[in-house]
Design a protein around this ligand. Structure first.
Ligand code: GLN
Length: 302
């Protein structure tokens, strides 16, 4: 028995999978663009292709994230390879990159703590080839994926230094102008962990297995310690993405360590999403750059 593409596209599942997602699965499995698949929908699938397709359709029907099934997700207009070792990059994280592109001085140094797929560091490197970038993760498999993404997405001119590290632990004592992070910020009993894509993403990337502020605290303390060693140079900002109800808590954590709250950026749903902290009050142009990042981000331009 042979099945055509048209048949495969019509194949139902329970719970249902949208036609667009069925098309995306076929694109990935057959290595052909959707325009081709739609124009040649009378072509037969081999038995093996059909069997793989029904397996993937079943996985999607059970809730497996599309990004893991097709093995990629777009972030900042770049196509990142992703797998179950890393968090699926989210659009709300793009603001952090917009801000970093504007704030980093020429040839300035920045670090992405907990880089996962490499999304933040690589998108920044793509727009700022002059930047000196480090990216770390505790999971060596995530780091391997991030460095593969960097090889594919960046020219040979830009090199990000990938370092295995538990937050600051193994980071060389070098000057940094910007510290960026989208750390695991869900509390261990956050109900979102049982919903949608999050059920399939690595716990390590989602939750600190505490009240959700554990990683934030370590990152803030490390930032303050490095600043005391003279290792944080202008504009000397820490940009952390956080949960939609954590803005006040992060600000308080920072202020307790003597940091200055510079800015809170909201996501497109209007929730405060990124906290910007510094050792001292910023120059007015820093605030202008942050506001400009918000404008370009919400208007969808890079
Ligand atoms: N920095 C990566 C991202 O924003 C990974 C974040 C994480 O795993 N918490 O996608």
């Amino acid at each position: 028995m042979t099945y055509s593409l048209a048949h495969a596209l019509r194949l139902q599942s329970d719970p249902p999978v949208s036609r667009l997602e069925r098309l995306m699965l076929l694109e990935m499995l057959l290595g052909k663009p959707r325009e081709y698949l739609l124009a040649h929908d009378d072509e037969p699938l081999s038995e093996q292709q059909f069997e793989r397709y029904t397996r993937f359709l079943g996985l999607r029907s059970q809730g497996h994230p599309m990004a893991y099934l097709v093995g990629k997700r777009e972030f900042f207009r770049l196509s990142f390879t992703v797998n179950q070792e890393v968090l699926i990059p989210r659009p709300e994280t793009e603001w952090l990159v917009h801000a970093a592109i504007r704030l980093l001085p020429r040839h300035g140094a920045a670090i992405d703590l907990g880089t996962g797929s490499g999304a933040i560091a690589i998108a920044l490197a793509h727009h700022r080839p002059d930047a000196r970038l480090m990216a770390c993760d505790i999971n060596p498999k995530a780091l391997a994926l991030a460095s593969r993404n960097a090889q594919h997405l960046l020219g040979s001119g830009q090199q990000i230094r990938f370092q295995r590290s538990d937050w600051w632990e193994s980071i060389p004592l070098e000057s940094l102008a910007l510290v960026l992070s989208n750390p695991p910020y869900l509390s261990m009993d956050d109900p979102h962990l049982k919903l949608g894509d999050l059920r399939f993403e690595p716990r390590l990337a989602l939750s600190d297995e505490g009240n959700g502020l554990g990683a934030m605290q370590i990152i803030i303390e490390g930032f303050v310690k490095r600043a005391a060693m003279g290792l944080i140079e202008d504009p000397g900002l820490l940009l952390i993405e956080h949960g939609y109800q954590q803005a006040e808590a992060i600000r308080a954590l920072g202020e307790r360590q003597g940091l200055y709250h510079v800015y809170s950026a909201s996501d497109l749903a209007g929730h405060p999403r990124v906290c910007c902290l510094a050792m001292r009050a910023p120059k007015p142009e820093v605030l202008d750059q942050l506001k400009d990042a918000c404008l370009t981000w919400s208007s969808g331009t890079a």
